[in-house]
Design a protein around this ligand. Structure first.
Ligand code: SAM
Ligand code: SF4
Length: 313
């Protein structure tokens, strides 16, 4: 049944402890409250992107001047995947910048990476921009588990952050991915000038997809010199926790991931997010173009909270 925005707005505005208790109750009905799934992410092809996502260092239209790096070789990717597995990651995410994967040769290399990372006993995720049905089927045949394709914000605010595509274009690729039988990883970014209403509308949009995403990453903007959202007001930590709680309540079976910007959250705020239903994180000191948490800091946090890492069998 579709979720109405007004209902979601109402829930988001509940007294903080009532909202957290509600989200925690939904969480423990669907997941083990003491377990968190860990992913690691590698940019296998970087920079030079023709899209104009206002927050992204990889867009040629932003002033960030990120150097273009060609596709990595398989050995480099597998070395990174083995390191990620050693740090407890059960999923290895590979990202290639760009509107879509044009080169057939590069697409074949991505398929090879997926097969080889699977052979390491890890789940795989890729994010390549738009996909055709034929490409999605090929990725599935290669053993792909997840495809990341964020909707990023509300339909109303989307045109403020990207002009080279529409949010409907994103939803089309999400549907192609789901039709191919691949899990969807789709979430968004906050602190880019959007309102709480936009944040809520994004979560409602995801919850109302024919199949809600299996993984919902929430990214906190990491300001990159030269990009166009650097003077945006950061999200208040309590509103960030409320977003996690709302995502949990509206998508009870999805993994809710605290993604980029986690290094700006205190351990206490992260603990509140986990209580509210966040059960997926990125490990590793680097995400695609921004720093992540320091190596080892998660171990301390998990010890303090009694958190176990989810294993992929
Ligand atoms: N190029 C692929 C695409 O655009 O779908 C994926 C690259 S990366 C996974 C894309 C996501 O990372 C964005 O949708 C956004 O949510 C997040 N992101 C990009 N730049 C960011 C930044 N500076 N701070 C926080 N999150 C960011
Ligand atoms: Fe390109 Fe993706 Fe960055 Fe947008 S988020 S500019 S599509 S790499």
């Amino acid at each position: 049944m579709k979720v109405a925005f007004e209902k979601a707005l109402d829930i988001f505005g509940y007294p903080f402890f009532k909202l957290l208790r509600m989200a925690h109750e939904v969480h423990i009905q669907n997941f083990d409250e003491q377990t968190v799934q860990i992913s690691d992410i590698l940019s296998v092809k970087t920079g030079g992107c023709s899209e104009d996502c206002s927050y992204c260092a990889q867009s040629v239209r932003n002033g960030s001047k990120m150097p273009k790096q060609p596709m990595l070789d398989l050995e480099t990717v597998l070395t990174a995947a083995c390191k990620a597995r050693k740090h407890g990651a059960s999923r290895f995410c590979m990202s290639a910048s760009g509107r879509c994967m044009v080169s057939e040769v590069e697409f074949e290399k991505i398929c090879e990476m997926i097969k080889s990372v699977k052979d390491l006993g890890m789940e795989t995720c890729v994010t390549l921009g738009f996909l055709t049905e034929a490409q999605a089927i090929k990725l599935k045949k290669s053993g792909l588990d997840y495809y990341n394709h964020n909707v990023d914000t509300s339909p109303e605010f989307y045109g403020n952050i990207v002009s080279t595509r529409t949010i409907d274009d994103r939803i089309k690729t999400i549907e192609i991915v789901q039709k191919a039988g691949i899990h969807v990883c789709s979430g968004g970014i906050v602190g880019i000038g959007e309102s709480n209403e936009d944040r809520i509308k994004m979560i409602v949009l995801l919850a109302n997809l024919k199949i809600p995403p299996r993984c919902v990453p929430i990214n906190k903007l990491v300001k990159i010199p030269g990009t166009h959202v650097n003077d945006s007001k950061p999200i208040d930590d309590f509103d960030f926790v409320r977003m996690i709680a709302l995502a949990r309540i509206l998508m009870p079976r999805s993994y809710v991931k605290i993604a980029a910007g986690r290094n700006t959250l205190s351990e206490t705020t992260q603990a509140l997010c986990i209580f509210a239903g966040a059960n997926a994180l990125f490990s590793g000191e680097k995400l695609l173009t921004v720093d992540n948490v320091e190596q080892g800091s998660d171990g301390n946090l998990f010890r303090k909270l009694g958190i176990k890492i989810e294993h992929y069998d």
